[in-house]
Design a protein around this ligand. Structure first.
Ligand code: TRP
Ligand code: SF4
Length: 448
């Protein structure tokens, strides 16, 4: 495993529900890079969630950018925790996945039934039922296509379980403690859940599933510990490590056996990539290439991973990730299935969702006079967030809501009514689509 400073992640607990407010601070604190036009600009029609800053951070998205630019294969991986009904917060991730699918990625969706049983005490049957009726069915209605996409169950896919076993050999208890704050009373199956998730994320790079290639995992920032664990695990099982240095790029062989064979192979790969100028040092198990750049590092890393797979190595690239903001619930905290009053669910009666929205907290002022005089604060308003993430018809509309709100021309009652109208028509349309796509469920679900 890579050495890294140990810190306890109390603020981002993937199983907790602490609300995270300051995304920029989080990004800096955890070394997440900013996700901006340099990243999403690679797509022809970048999704609103990108352009509007809802996706605010990433790790290693450059790998995806390279693949899109070079028309190389790349994939998207996500998983769903079948622990309740699907709400608007869950919708964002799937929309991003669908956008990537339309941009040429293959898409793999894990039903986290192992995790639901291990961490929430669900039965497998209940988890399956919720996964299909709530998540998969809704995903299809949102536009997920069964072409080039699959849904599978963690407990049914033996290769995921086998890979997790293999990974578990190189993960130790102090790592798990420092990443997750696990204590003495954590059950062993809970401890295994993140290892299984790492196998979810990495197994699509198996040679018979497309081989080593960039994979992006769109997640909420609470899932970052999983991403870091998975990236460490991928790297721990590599033959080579590639490091960018002041004077170029260094390639290092990690195993102590057959160093010269590994260096020969790396020299071959470099030659095929068109490099001609490097220094070999068998004693340091090293090849040094002068003048190589970031893009070269990624290309070399990918080519070496593919070469490792040819020799029956795992050869898994570290996954990329994007991080999106949480959806604020109607009560001002995180939108959560376990607090139905705070959430709008995709399959609920539209009128019921409307009622909850009408009772939402807002960024409004205490009195009408004050709001007309000073304006309100959309940055503190879950209703504004609804427009931003889901309801605004276009950027002009969003801008209008924003400016009228801050300018005091818009009052919360009317603003909520407008949002409620849009939400109701979205839900109605969505629920009709569900009927149209129901027959696609068996087409996308794999039983192994
Ligand atoms: N842990 C995720 C959650 O709580 C579910 C999940 C399982 C997942 N496997 C995954 C997410 C792979 C992304 C990629 O929602
Ligand atoms: Fe929120 Fe609308 Fe009120 Fe502004 S006017 S604070 S956006 S509800």
């Amino acid at each position: 495993m890579n050495p890294r400073p140990r810190r306890r992640l109390v603020e981002i607990d993937p199983w907790g529900s602490n609300q995270v407010q300051d995304y920029a601070r989080l990004r800096d604190q955890f070394g997440i890079a900013e996700f901006g036009v340099d990243q999403w600009g690679v797509f022809d029609e970048p999704h609103d969630l990108f352009r509007r800053g809802v996706v605010f951070g990433h790790r290693d998205f450059e790998r995806i950018r390279d693949a899109v630019k070079n028309h190389d294969p790349w994939g998207v991986m996500t998983g769903l925790m079948p622990s309740g009904m699907m709400h608007l917060g869950h919708k964002m991730v799937m929309e991003q996945c669908i956008a990537h699918q339309q941009h040429g990625a293959d898409l793999h969706i894990a039903v986290a039934d192992y995790e639901a049983v291990a961490t929430r005490g669900f039965t497998l049957e209940k988890a399956r039922e919720l996964a299909l009726d709530q998540y998969v069915h809704n995903y299809l209605a949102l536009g997920l296509s069964p072409d080039n996409a699959e849904v599978y169950f963690q407990t049914k896919r033996n290769r995921v379980r086998d890979l997790a076993d293999q990974f578990a050999r190189k993960v130790n208890w102090s790592q798990m403690q420092s990443l997750y704050g696990f204590g003495g009373n954590t059950s062993l199956s809970h401890i295994m859940a993140p290892i299984i998730q790492a196998a979810d994320i990495l197994h699509p790079q198996a040679h018979d599933m497309g081989g080593a290639r960039p994979i992006v995992v769109p997640v909420g920032v609470d899932q970052d510990p999983h991403i870091r664990l998975t990236r460490d695990i991928a790297q721990a099982h590599r033959v080579y490590s590639i490091k960018r240095q002041d004077d170029g790029v260094g390639i290092y062989v990690k195993p102590d056996e057959n160093v010269s064979g590994h260096l020969d192979r790396a020299e071959n790969v470099l030659g095929q990539l068109g490099f001609s100028d490097w220094k070999r040092n068998d004693g340091y198990k090293e090849l040094k290439i002068g003048g190589a750049r970031g893009r070269d590092v990624r290309a070399i890393d990918l080519a070496l991973a593919i070469a490792e797979q040819k020799k029956r190595g795992l050869g898994l690239l570290r996954p990329a990730a994007t991080f999106h903001r949480f959806m604020t619930g109607f009560g001002g905290g995180k939108m959560s299935s376990s607090q139905p009053e705070t959430s709008a669910f995709l399959t609920e009666e539209p009128k019921a969702a409307e009622k909850k929205l009408m009772r939402s907290v807002t960024g409004g002022k205490a009195t009408r006079e004050e709001q007309e005089r000073d304006g309100a604060d959309p940055s503190q308003c879950p209703v504004y967030e609804l427009y931003l993430y889901h309801l605004a018809e276009d950027d002009g509309h969003l801008q209008q809501v924003h400016d009228e709100c801050t300018g005091g021309e818009r009052l919360c009652g009317g603003c909520k009514k407008e949002a409620a109208g849009l939400l109701v028509s979205f839900l109605k349309g969505h629920q009709e689509k569900r009927d149209e796509v129901e027959h696609l469920i068996p087409e996308i679900v794999r039983e192994d």
